[in-house]
Design a protein around this ligand. Sequence first.
Ligand SMILES: O=P(O)(O)OC[C@H]1O[C@@H](O)[C@H](O)[C@@H](O)[C@@H]1O
Length: 343
Amino acid sequence: MVGRSNRPSALSATPGLAPQPQVTISPDNASVSAVLPTGESVTVLLHGATVTSWCDAAGNEKLWLSEAAKLDGSKAVRGGIPLVFPVFGTDKSHAAVAGLPQHGFARTSRFEFLGKSTSESLTPSTAGPSSSKNNAADLTVKLDFGLSGAGLDAETRKLWPYDFNLIYSVNLNRESLTTGLVVSNDGDKPFECQVLMHTYLRVQDITKVEIKGLENKSYVDKVDGAKTKTQPDGPVTITGETDRVYTTASAPTAGSGSSSESTSPGAPVTVLEAGKTVFTVAQDNLPNVVVWNPWTDKAKGMSDFEPKDGFRNMLCIEPGSVGGWQTLEPGEAYEGAQTISCS
Ligand SMILES: O=P(O)(O)OC[C@H]1O[C@@H](O)[C@H](O)[C@@H](O)[C@@H]1O
């Protein structure tokens, strides 16, 4: 072979596309998963648009999911992040939602996967420039899901006959997971609703958990006759069944959605374990936070709660707007979000 002194050099320096987040739909069309090039991942079940898994780059699961959770659409998922809409709990005295099941119908309705988008993270990466090869460390992926009045089954639509449109977005980046919703009234009559993200955080040992950021806030204690109380100036600890609806910020104005109309955000809620921060939950335009742990007896009574001592490894921190009702006039929209980070 004759050597050529002037042959073109290999194109090794050709700039390639940065590694992209991988988004896959499960073969049975039941869930959508996304993995960042750096390894973080999220899985969302179309049933309820329920986030069922969120892992860090090392594969450590951040959410608690019951071993007996029904993932086949037969009931709401026990664990992950079920979405509560349009009523929190039940409210027999409120005619518009009196016939609806506990926590509404969103968590038991099948959402449509609307698509993904990727972008560079707005939050600076802690990975540092040398490790952010091709900016992979800065990438985020957003998965959008939709549910509308027209998409409800006939029975549910009869119970709640409003023309709503709900877009739920799950946004994964290296540092955090954001779940946010926009509910709009596309019909010609007003409706009222409540929303909440029923996040089951995974902890190692509930007895070592402290929750900060709720000091001096008022709350409704659902395990003590729904009495209104004020949190003392110290962290919340869990030593028995706990079911509290905290008010952390003033209620959003009707139809709020643009930042100028939003509530001023309350301080983030911080979950510490053995003195170390394991989660920070920031709320955007969601003025309530429910703190829930069923403890022994209630866990025993739930057929889909396994293992029975799993209450030791979970803590629900549930940002929402549930203290009153959001009234949406025709054409109005309401928007709220939570961002969970692990430090
Ligand atoms: O069993 P469900 O319907 O998923 O609800 C679980 C809990 O959800 C919490 O948000 C409520 O405050 C509790 O009262 C309720 O028990």
